[in-house]
Design a protein. Structure first.
Length: 383
């Protein structure tokens, strides 16, 4: 690249910087939306299900056994007993209105069954309109009941002087996220979504804006070549994207307390690959779409939905149908999210994530090449 070429790139980049500075809405979009999205997703989106609102109908309320049994639910962070009742009518009303999610119905002979060494029935009514939450809540109930049964059997054997039977004692040890905090899992994915959407959205309107304002013909008539024009427009948004990445990284560490155990240098290098591909994709959309409205719509369609649904950001890829799992291999954010979560939580190096790094490099290189080539065709057609 010659000195004259560098001067032309610098001139185009400076022109784009001036336009961004004058367009305060675009600048506010670039700097404000990442902060807003991190706050909304970081605080508002949680995969943890705690304090399940529960109503209890205890038909054996005079028994000390049932009170001790209910203490297992009261002392659990997963349940919140908000009401007691004495009929099914109130239970149905509270579940239908959304006041509670589930109901525990303890029969009147509950304590007698247990004291006689028989299996005591317990009715659980659950609002299944949210199937995933209902399944998790039922799992919590089974866990509490199982722990109660183990303690009950141990006590009964001890009272009769028998050695309690040998049971399987699971001793879990969670790596990388000891408290199983869902925010640690979500925030790195939000960073990937921010970089992808904001980058493509910002650059998608930069060339379309030139066509709408009639300034593209002036640029075509100058000695600036197509690659120089694309790179010149690319550089200002690359700087903005990198600034957004640093802001998101600081918010993740300071505001949400997500640990970072990997290499910052590796993070910035791989983020540069991903950022290059996302910006180039936006420029390509901007070249194809002659209007800013069409460009922004295409950018949202090709980045927001795939990144949100098919990247593994929220929904595990292995749970998707096989056909969709194959489609996810074409979603760049899938690889970047793996990189972010590995660097944040696991502290892995390039040896572990080399395949994701390779894809991100190819994504950035190929998308930039296609954007430059496609823009050259547009210039020739419009000269």
């Amino acid at each position: 690249m010659t000195g004259q070429s560098l001067k032309r790139i610098k001139a185009v980049a400076w022109k784009e910087f001036v336009q961004i500075k004058r367009d305060m809405r675009s600048l506010g979009l670039a700097l404000g939306i990442p902060i807003f999205m991190l706050l909304i997703f970081g605080y508002g989106l949680s995969l943890d299900i705690d304090h399940v609102r529960t109503v209890v109908w205890n038909q054996d309320a005079s028994s000390e056994v049932t009170r001790e049994f209910l203490l297992n639910f009261k002392n659990s962070k997963y349940f919140k007993i908000v009401a007691y009742t004495d009929n099914y009518r109130d239970i149905q009303k509270m579940i239908d209105s959304g006041q509670v999610m589930m109901a525990l119905v303890i029969p009147k002979d509950f304590s007698h069954y247990l004291e006689a060494g028989k299996t005591a029935p317990l009715q659980l009514l659950v609002d299944g309109s949210d199937a995933n939450t209902a399944t998790i809540a039922m799992g919590y109930v089974r866990s509490v009941v199982s722990a109660y049964n183990v303690n009950l059997l141990t006590t009964m054997f001890a009272q009769h002087g028998y050695q309690p039977p040998k049971l399987v004692d699971v001793r879990p040890r969670v790596w990388y996220n000891m408290a199983l905090t869902s925010t640690w899992y979500i925030v790195p994915g939000v960073i990937a979504m921010i970089i992808m959407i904001i980058s493509a959205l910002l650059t998608s309107i930069c060339v379309a804006r030139e066509w709408e304002r009639g300034t593209m013909e002036q640029l075509i008539s100058t000695p600036v070549k197509a690659p120089e024009l694309v790179i010149g427009k690319f550089l200002p948004y690359f700087a903005i994207g990198f600034f957004d990445l640093i802001i998101a990284l600081l918010m993740a560490r300071i505001l949400f307390g997500v640990p970072f155990r990997g290499s910052y240098l590796l993070l910035f290098i791989l983020s540069s690959f991903f950022l290059t591909g996302a910006l180039s994709q936006g420029i390509l959309i901007s070249v194809v779409a002659r209007t800013q409205l069409m460009a922004s719509q295409l950018a949202s369609l090709t980045t927001l939905i795939p990144t949100l649904l098919l990247s593994g950001f929220i929904y595990p890829i292995f749970n998707m149908p096989k056909a969709l799992q194959l489609v996810t291999y074409l979603i760049p954010a899938r690889y970047y999210i793996v990189v972010l979560r590995d660097l944040f939580l696991k502290g892995n190096g390039i040896v572990t994530i080399w395949d994701e790094a390779l894809f991100l490099f190819l994504f950035g290189f190929i998308m930039l090449g296609i954007a430059i080539r496609r823009f050259r065709k547009k210039v020739v057609e419009n000269v």
